[in-house]
Design a binder for this molecule. Structure first.
Ligand SMILES: Cc1ncc(COP(=O)(O)O)c(C=O)c1O
Length: 374
């Protein structure tokens, strides 16, 4: 099997067998998973599009999952969920009543939009950010006000504050932001949250919290502890590498946590919960993930610096790069070079969001980009 096969080639090839519920297992090759056969060589195409952790799940999480197989016939997920909440509370210095779980933090975002929709509130969010909450707010037929980015493609807190009106019941801020990877000034964000949470719930999405290296960064959990009307979301999908297991949670006031929990349509599954419980206690793996991520970023940013290509400071596991080429052309051209990069983020069409893979794989991006940009 040619490792450099493109997704389009693969889809064309598999089209004839799709009718017979073919799910993509040509000799260990899957267009989304890349080459799934064990190999020491770099497998292509390399996934650099969904901000995943190339190292997860950790050995500790795998062991916990194997152990949980034997619990799978039991309704034990309720106990596992309670255990998970107790652990998250302990790790974050709050009570379990401050924690609401979700099928990934994506579900927390959707439930916040649901709650806001039920309350007939307006949502305010940045023009360029993670879209889940905005999409779900539209499903709820809520008014969604998008605030233009500042001139450094940062979240404009002053303009956001000015836009808050009597109908605003939810303000969404992603810190670090996706797709830019950058953080807001902590003091400014803190004072924004303190003031604005008197008028509306302020939701700070901290999906990439563990990757931040800026010493000035602080989580907004401290404000939750002080009783402000603030919600923070976290996920097991990123630094823990458990994206496929769907485990996330919110840290917020007991009142909001209770409401979010009341919208949970069922319980998370026991394997995911056991993996997350193990992984959150596995500090070595988290440190390893962050360290490798920083190495990967350095390989790319050194190359971009040498080439004089602009990019934003990244506090995450992805970098927003101004390639100067329309992403509609850049993305397929990179795929031909064995690398799948992120989707378009209009109106920043000449930018590319690049997720970090393993350091040894990042050279593939560098050489591919050189070929594509000429
Ligand atoms: C900023 C942000 N929030 C939330 C999520 C949702 O992640 P999950 O639902 O896997 O926890 C993502 C996923 O990429 C994200 O980038």
């Amino acid at each position: 099997m040619n490792n450099n096969i493109t997704r389009r080639d693969w889809l064309n090839k598999s089209a004839t067998v799709l009718g017979s519920s073919f799910v993509g297992a040509i000799a260990g090759f899957n267009p989304l998973l890349g080459n799934t056969k064990g190999s020491t060589v770099v497998n292509t195409p390399i996934r650099m599009m969904f901000n995943e952790n190339p190292y997860g799940p950790s050995q500790v999480a795998r062991k916990a999952m194997r152990k949980a197989f034997s619990e799978s016939n039991l309704y034990s997920m309720r106990y596992a969920k309670a255990e998970f909440k107790i652990l998250m509370a302990k790790l974050n210095g709050v009570t379990p009543e401050h924690i609401a779980v979700g099928f990934g933090s994506g579900e927390i975002l959707k439930k916040a939009a649901l709650m806001n929709g039920i309350d007939k509130g307006e949502l305010i969010s940045p023009a360029l950010t993670f879209e889940t909450i905005n999409r779900f707010a539209k499903t709820m037929k809520s008014n969604v006000k998008r605030i233009p980015m500042d001139n450094k493609i940062g979240i404009d807190l002053d303009r956001t504050a000015e836009s808050v009106g009597s109908r605003t019941k939810l303000i969404y801020l992603c810190n670090p932001n996706n797709p830019t990877g950058s953080i807001m000034g902590t003091d400014q964000l803190e004072s924004f949250c303190k003031t604005m949470s008197k008028k509306s719930i302020v939701f700070v999405d901290e999906a990439y919290h563990e990757y931040v290296t800026d010493p000035n960064y602080r989580s907004m959990i401290n404000l939750v502890k002080k009783g402000h009307n603030v919600m923070v979301s976290r996920t097991a999908s990123k630094v823990h590498g458990l994206a496929g297991l769907r485990v996330g949670f919110a840290i917020t006031t007991p009142e909001i946590a209770k409401r979010l929990e009341s919208y949970l349509t069922d319980s998370l599954n026991v394997i995911g919960l056991r993996a997350a419980i193990a992984s959150y206690q596995d500090e070595r793996f988290q440190a390893h993930s962050v360290e490798q991520n920083n190495r990967a970023k350095k390989i790319v940013t050194n190359h971009l610096d040498n080439k004089g290509i602009e990019y934003l400071d990244s506090q995450t596991n992805f970098i927003f790069i101004k390639t100067g080429m329309n992403i509609a052309e850049f993305q397929p051209a990179m795929e031909k070079n064995g690398v799948i990069v992120g989707r378009p983020f209009p109106p920043y069409n000449k930018w590319c969001r690049l997720s970090m893979a393993k350091p040894e794989e990042m050279e593939n991006f560098n050489t591919g980009m050189d070929r594509v940009l000429g």
